[in-house]
Design a protein around this ligand. Structure first.
Ligand SMILES: [Fe+2]
Ligand SMILES: [Fe+2]
Length: 217
């Protein structure tokens, strides 16, 4: 697939818009946090983030199991590396939540359910469906990551800084891998219909999902 294909122009535009929206909403969250520095609210903010990490582990495992042998072996390896990264992110973001006095999610929190359901449906529909959807979602999330590191420095949360500096680096690999998989394996018009459906769909959902603060039960 030629990266200059006009379909990439639509994808790039969707991604640019999603990153910007998510960045603005994240900045608004930190301005709000600045006022009363409520650790419970901060813990709740990390809950949907934490859930997405473990949901990626489950989805990557399922993509590999169901579709992996249709990909080149090196791509099975790369997806497996991403799976391992996401498991470490779940562990590390879970540790941050516990440090802030919150509870690590072990089921989809209400604020991540629409996002999760859409990704799993996309996974069922086509071998590139989930990969396309999470590529959009992970790209959008980059709009919050640098802000989390900066906030961690500002509010003296060294674990947040350390963990998210690592996540920022690994997300570059994940976003690049998703794009590479689409370039390599989206061939027919049907493939492209499914890729664009997944990306447009999640772009509409992502703003809520990436800015939600889980209401503590
Ligand atoms: Fe992650
Ligand atoms: Fe990731």
């Amino acid at each position: 697939m030629n990266p200059r294909d006009p379909r990439w122009a639509e994808i790039d535009e969707l991604q640019r818009g999603a990153v910007e929206q998510v960045r603005r909403r994240a900045e608004a969250f930190w301005r709000e946090y600045e006022r009363d520095r409520d650790q419970g609210v901060l813990a709740a903010w990390f809950v949907p983030r934490c859930w997405r990490e473990i949901d990626y582990v489950f989805m990557l495992g399922e993509v590999i199991r169901r579709y992996g042998l249709g990909f080149e072996r090196k791509h099975i390896t790369a997806l497996s590396r991403q799976l391992h990264d996401e498991a470490e992110h779940y562990e590390a973001v879970g540790r941050i939540i516990e440090l802030l006095g919150g509870a690590v999610p072990v089921e989809p929190p209400a604020s991540a359910r629409v996002w999760s359901t859409f990704l799993w449906e996309s996974l069922d529909r086509h071998r590139l469906g989930a990969i396309a959807a999470w590529n959009m979602s992970e790209t959008a999330a980059t709009g919050t990551l640098d802000g989390i590191v900066e906030a961690g420095r500002r509010y003296d949360l060294p674990e947040v800084v350390r963990v998210y500096e690592g996540i920022v680096k690994e997300e570059r690999f994940h976003v690049g891998l998703g794009r590479l998989m689409i370039e390599r394996y989206a061939v027919t018009d049907e493939d492209w219909d499914e890729v664009l459906r997944a990306m447009r769909g999640i772009a509409a959902i992502v703003l809520e999902s990436h800015t939600a603060v889980e209401v503590p039960l």
